[in-house]
Design a protein around this ligand. Sequence first.
Ligand SMILES: Cc1cc2nc3c(=O)[nH]c(=O)nc-3n(C[C@H](O)[C@H](O)[C@H](O)COP(=O)(O)O)c2cc1C
Length: 370
Amino acid sequence: MYKLLVRPILFRLSADYAHELAVKTATNYSKRDLFLRAAGTVYSYSNPKLSQNIWGLNFRNPVGLAAGFDKNCTMAPLMENLGFGFVEIGSVTAIPSTGNPKPRSFRLPADQSLINRLGLNNDGAQTISRRLKKLNLNIPVGVNIAKTHNPDIYGDKALEDYQTSFNLVKDIADYITLNISCPNTAEGKTFEDPDVLDSLLNTLELNKDSSLPPVLVKFSVDLDENRLSELISVCESHAISGYVATNTSSNRDNLKTSTSKISSIGRGGLSGKAIQNKSTEIIRQIYKKTKGEKTIIGVGGISSGMDAIDKIKAGADLVQIYTSMVYEGPSIVKRINKEIADYLLVHDLDNIYQIRKKASQEKVNSEYEN
Ligand SMILES: Cc1cc2nc3c(=O)[nH]c(=O)nc-3n(C[C@H](O)[C@H](O)[C@H](O)COP(=O)(O)O)c2cc1C
């Protein structure tokens, strides 16, 4: 229905307008119980083999909504009823922002990808934390926080800015993601410098406060192996509970979309199929470096159960989607979950964890045979 009826209409509109319309509609429907129940009946998929307990939280399935879709925490009830296992709201910043001027989002259908430079538009941590407090959902809700988009906020002020958002959400979020990888701000990804990241994690005093929710760090897909390894070493010297891999890309290599269209779009973060393999590679590196001891949320180009399984095999415990929702519509959540459940059944596995265990055993066996 989405691909036949809704998408053709939405794709006639500019990506910015279609996005605003979708947010407005979803926000509206999130307040209507009857609609929520109907959506739950149509879209939910339940299978106990998909559930996991991570950090003491119950994830009914591994498919979450990636940050950036519900920036202001206005759509989470609908997302729960569309079958997501968890939702990550934000990015939230200390000071509200309208983001970058439009146009700021673009479709690349030939690549099943998007480019966006929204620039951290959101209602601000104070307002969003109030909304979050009122929510009563049966799925975990993470909050993704970032530095306010303003190049005048740097140095110690940038640390204070992060701290403000952190303090506002730390008692209500099920987990917090530190977004250090937004490619769409004038000041750039300053926190992807190991020393600066270390100062940030020191400021948040993760080691001292045992009552904090799990704190994760979200990396860019563009990190090279050495820089990624340095950043993980910094995180591992603080009480980081896991990683979100990955954010969008500034690269434009190997796209099917014409170079003239790409250059007319200009800067922004590339998401979707175009970043799928690189993001899986980053997950593999994080898993190796942390010896599989930390939770990884895998995100980047997932549009099927097998895409999710590839990320799980590489080291992810949970996955998230954004771009494939735009191309495939809301039924994608159910489809991905059902395909993972079918995979478990066919391979005689009892749970998500066994997918990776089986894959690593097969790898060891094949190395032994060779
Ligand atoms: C329009 C748009 C806005 C986004 N906004 C955010 C954001 O505010 N914070 C964040 O951490 N990631 C943001 N992301 C990145 C996604 O959370 C995700 O990491 C990325 O899109 C890769 O997943 P996908 O290929 O399934 O889209 C955004 C992505 C898109 C497409």
